[in-house]
Write a protein that binds this ligand. Sequence first.
Ligand code: DX5
Ligand code: ZN
Length: 221
Amino acid sequence: MKLDPILAPSLLAGDHADLGGSALAVPNHGLKWLHLDIMDGHFVPNLTFGPEVLAALRRRPELADTFFDTHLMLSEPANYIEAFAKAGSDLISIHIEPEYDHAATLADIRKLDCQNGIVLNPGTPVSAIEPFIDQVDLVLVMTVQPGFGGQSFREDMVPKLQQIDAWREERALNFRLEVDGGVDLTTGPLCRAAGADTFVAGTAFFKAEDRTAFVASVDHW
Ligand code: DX5
Ligand code: ZN
């Protein structure tokens, strides 16, 4: 059973001098999900923003109903899940690559009344996340090396989506399957056909020539 497609614009591609204004494009286009890329300059070679920024966005009345899909690209995510949950995250996804107790941290995210997700980088085999797919609300497959927006989509990641989608079907699991990195009018349909249902788009959304047309296209991927 295919889940309805969700487009999650990534604020990374917004105006970092006016993140609140950029975030309003989500409700203004009738979208629910906002993707927030949190980077520590250690797990990935870039720095973005922390819980205080997320809390300030959460206080914006226009964003009260926006789903904060929070992608932690951190070496020690367990140290930050409470801060991001309290700041107003709706879902917190954590990477499989750093060494920490993944199962315990995933459970802790749910104890904080947040949905949870597990994320894998392009160089990580899909087998690394298999043990966790029955305890998550979302699996995020990185289709670029995390750290920066505007990179080219890695088509060699498509078989990972097919494999995870097959496991989901076989085991009657209902997590969302999200892709992040280089998702646009061309690559989005490829990902949808491979089983993805949740699409992070930074550049393709915030730098779109016709944003309304891009948003409308997602339902037909
Ligand atoms: C990876 C980031 C980016 C961003 C999307 O570091 O997670 O993938 O969200 O970037 P675009 O859509 O511009 O490739
Ligand atoms: Zn992301």
